[in-house]
Design a protein around this ligand. Structure first.
Ligand SMILES: [Zn+2]
Ligand SMILES: [Zn+2]
Length: 150
């Protein structure tokens, strides 16, 4: 009996089986926490308020496929940007600065050159959703407002 019990204790902890590996914040290098946002699991940095979205997660958050495509098509690489370029938290390559849409003031995102995902500084995800008016019932904006007011 004692033997069997110790075998059970040797099982790896439950989170070992979790498929998602936590990534570090590209700005402050803290380990980010997984956050569920409208049924999409995103990485959130509690220190700087930034959010990392894996490839395809933005499309999940934005319900309207047509408008999402329009938004993604509006992404332009800003090759003259003087802002500091961050490293992708997954492949550690320097990310590209992406200009979103024609609107002012310019909204800049960081995008992995390999396409691992997108980095949003604090409020940038809210900003992009507001500008695109993609989230008709404001579900995600409300969730984000809750997170950032806490
Ligand atoms: Zn951070
Ligand atoms: Zn990458």
């Amino acid at each position: 009996m004692t033997q069997r019990r110790s075998e059970y204790n040797m099982l790896p902890p439950f989170h070992f089986f979790h498929w998602r590996v936590p990534v570090d914040c590209p700005v402050c290098k803290n380990a980010m926490i997984a956050l569920e946002l409208a049924e999409v699991e995103v990485d959130y940095c509690t220190a700087c308020g930034g959010i990392w979205l894996d490839a395809g997660e933005l499309e999940f958050l934005l319900a309207d496929a047509e408008q999402t495509k329009e938004l993604l098509d509006s992404f332009k690489i800003d090759s003259h940007c003087t802002e500091k370029r961050r490293k992708c938290p997954i492949c550690l390559k320097r990310m590209q600065k992406i200009i979103v849409g024609p609107s002012r003031p310019v909204l800049l995102l960081d995008k992995c050159p390999r396409g691992d995902g997108l980095w949003f500084d604090k409020d940038e995800l809210q900003d992009i959703l507001n500008r695109a008016k993609l989230d008709k019932d404001n579900k995600i904006q409300k969730l984000l407002a809750d997170i950032f007011s806490g």
